[in-house]
Design a protein around this ligand. Structure first.
Ligand SMILES: C[S@@+](CC[C@H](N)C(=O)[O-])C[C@H]1O[C@@H](n2cnc3c(N)ncnc32)[C@H](O)[C@@H]1O
Length: 211
């Protein structure tokens, strides 16, 4: 069991070494009055904690460039910046998530680069600058499978060595893994997170196929 971390105030979670604000926290209430994310970036999802647990077991080298796709409130980005000193680009198409990302970064004393973009608009050269690309719960509709497959193809073609995606186990996610396995090394495994609560789902590691 980890060391007990006393929380500085109410309505805060401490999970995988980072502070997260609960829905009931006054700052989140204030942000929600001003900004309403509209593509499910409305909380930190269980898949973000799966990603943190998995990366804790399989960490990237320190100081690498990391991109988080569909960052929502940015918890996984904050986790990578905090634990691995990663230089993180947090990407989301919904501009309303970034005030939440900024607050999470601030309370954890990390700096992130925010990028407001659709998956389809991330170019190969930009993707390829990132040694690791991660995403939690980003393939939740059938129409996200193709853009994510093409994005991963572009990233690998331009030099990205590792992509890690987590998901609660929805059909479009399995479809994406299936399609990617035709051209890349894909390992899919069940995983669970234990902080702040137990959450079970899937982790996919995607790497370039060895020639
Ligand atoms: C279910 S939320 C997951 C958020 C975060 N990864 C987490 O686990 O807490 C999905 C996120 O993906 C973003 N998203 C959906 N479609 C996208 C697209 N085409 N391009 C970029 N971001 C997208 C949404 O705005 C939302 O913030």
């Amino acid at each position: 069991m980890p060391k007990l971390q006393r929380l500085p105030e109410e309505h805060i979670d401490f999970a995988y070494g980072i502070f997260l604000l609960q829905d009931s926290h006054r700052l989140i209430k204030a942000l929600k009055r001003r900004y309403q994310p509209s593509v499910h970036g409305t909380r930190t999802w269980g898949s973000a904690f799966l990603l943190m647990d998995y990366l804790q077991e399989h960490p990237p080298a320190k100081g690498r460039r990391v991109m988080e796709l569909g960052c929502g409130w940015g918890a996984s980005s904050v986790f990578c910046a905090h634990h691995f000193a990663s230089k993180v680009t947090a990407v989301d198409l919904d501009p309303a998530v970034f005030p939440f990302v900024d607050v999470f970064a601030e309370i954890n004393s990390v700096e992130l680069t925010n990028k407001c973009s659709d998956f389809t608009r991330l170019t190969g050269p930009l993707l390829g600058q990132h040694q690791l690309i991660v995403g939690g719960d980003i393939c939740f509709w059938d129409n996200l499978v193709k853009p994510l497959k093409l994005l991963i193809n572009r990233a690998i073609k331009n030099g990205t060595k590792r992509i890690v995606l987590t998901d609660p186990g929805r059909p479009p996610f399995y479809d994406l893994c299936d399609q990617l396995s035709k051209t890349h090394e894909v390992s899919l495994q069940e995983w669970y997170a234990i902080e702040p609560d137990r959450f079970v789902g899937e982790v996919a590691e995607i790497r370039p196929r060895k020639k």
